[in-house]
Write a protein that binds this ligand. Structure first.
Ligand code: ASP
Ligand code: MG
Length: 442
């Protein structure tokens, strides 16, 4: 068995659906289970439609048109299940527009329509082309979560409820390929939840791990995991293999490869994940596995996260006193601001946060015990690499950067031993990535 997950850009329009359909039908002997995202940017559209409904406007014409155009081009003129989803969606938005209230719970219900539509349309297309298939809403596939709407966590129960839900397909009694909604789940009270943006990856890895499949494939529109963002580095190459740890750091540090939490289930079972390109189905893509098999080079990939604020906290009273960092971290906890990269010295600590959340309260609180300075307009460049070779990696990185006159402002080596992060000016980020890419990948 394999799990094949297709993201929103893969199932966009009739062309995308045909491409996905042919990849599935050519791999039936592998007993696939399919996980889909909502078509194209449907999720963003639904979130926007919710905001508009709050202002009294209900309009899903454009969304309905993109779905119906794709269906018409596929010769799927009328699908009663799709009609009823559209009328339910209109009803929901009308309700929102009347009560002028949209809770996190209703927002999850609202965005769930995207995935519920895509699985029905793709399953109908497969059936039309002679492939037995059936749409499965996550809750009918055993996906139970807690009630943390918009960021729900799957319950431990899913290790049992998922295999139970697919028992007939696993045993071969049921031949219809399950086409499962990514991203959504249900809490024990029967409310629809979502697993966070990009959560279909987690659906796929959880499904694959719970069913102990041979491999989870996530199909993208690029050749697997690349050494850098190809828009910044046109010569970026496919990375043959990365470990779960490296993949998790990649996800955290801005690469769009996989949802950050998606490595967790496969880590437990050792299930491998392959990132493949739906435009190049025969390419090997990249494989994510527990440990490296060969002897990979020192650096796997280089990523950049822009729009970062650096916070320098300096306090000489704290010299030698215990509890300085605890005090600082507690203020971040209180204001619910998440820290990405940290470097410390005896009297100071520098940390980075995303630019965006209001920092005024946090800074006032920390400012009572220390001197605080904020600098916006920074970027974090991360080398996903073998940190046991950090001296030589840093030597190459610094010689390349100093040759180009770029000053690194902070450096941090991750505890997971797979990343080194450097802070630079936002406007220099692209050239830093290009310089480092040239230094490590030639
Ligand atoms: N459709 C959801 C999103 O756009 C989930 C996903 O694509 O994985 O975030
Ligand atoms: Mg999406």
């Amino acid at each position: 068995m394999v799990v094949m997950k297709f993201g929103g850009s893969s199932v966009e329009g009739s062309e995308g659906i045909r491409r996905v359909g042919s990849i599935i039908s050519r791999n039936l002997e592998q007993q696939p289970l399919v996980v889909l995202s909502a078509m194209g940017d449907t999720t963003d559209f639904l979130l926007k439609a919710g905001e508009e409904a709050l202002e009294g406007r209900v309009n899903i014409e454009a969304l309905e048109k993109t779905h119906r155009d794709a269906m018409a081009a596929l010769g799927l003129d009328s699908l009663p299940q799709v009609d009823s989803l559209f009328s339910e969606l209109t009803g929901l938005l009308t309700g929102v527009s009347m009560i002028k209230e949209l809770s996190a719970r209703s927002r999850d219900l609202l965005v769930s329509f995207g995935e519920r539509l895509s699985v029905r349309i793709v399953a109908a297309w497969l059936q039309k082309t002679g492939v037995p298939a059936r749409p499965v809403d996550a809750w009918d596939g055993g996906f139970l979560s807690n009630s943390q709407f918009t960021q729900a966590e799957l319950l431990e129960d899913v290790w049992l409820t998922i295999p139970a839900a697919f028992g007939d397909y696993i045993s071969g009694r049921d031949k219809a390929v399950p086409i499962v909604t990514g991203f959504i789940a249900m809490d024990k009270r029967g409310n629809i939840t979502t697993l966070g943006r990009g959560g279909s990856d987690l659906t796929a890895t959880m499904l694959g791990a719970a069913l102990r499949v041979r491999e989870v494939q996530t199909w993208k529109d690029v050749d697997g995991i690349l050494t850098a963002d190809p828009r910044v580095v046109p010569g970026a190459r496919t990375v043959a293999e990365v470990t779960y740890d490296e993949a998790s750091e990649l996800a955290f540090f801005g690469s769009q490869v996989l949802h950050p939490r998606s490595m967790q289930p496969c880590r437990k079972t050792g299930t491998v994940v392959r990132v493949k390109n739906s435009y190049n189905p025969d390419g090997a893509g990249s494989i994510i596995l527990p440990e490296h098999t060969g002897n990979p080079g020192p650096v796997r990939a280089i990523t950049a996260v822009k729009n970062i604020t650096l916070i320098d906290i300096i306090s000489s009273h704290m010299l030698g006193a215990s509890g300085f960092l605890a005090h600082i971290f507690n203020q971040f906890l209180k204001w619910n601001i998440s820290i990405d990269v940290i470097a410390t010295s005896e009297v100071s600590v520098s940390l980075t946060v995303n630019t965006g959340p209001d920092l005024t309260g946090l800074i006032a609180d920390i400012g009572r015990a220390a001197d605080v300075r904020c600098h916006a307009g920074k970027a974090i460049i991360t080398l996903i690499c073998d940190v046991t070779r950090s001296s030589s990696i840093l030597a190459s990185a610094f010689s390349a950067l100093s040759g180009a006159g770029i000053n690194v402002q902070m450096i941090s080596q991750g505890a997971s031993k797979v990343n080194i992060s450097l802070l630079c000016e936002d406007r220099e980020a692209d050239s830093v990535v290009r310089i480092l890419h040239a230094a490590f990948f030639g």
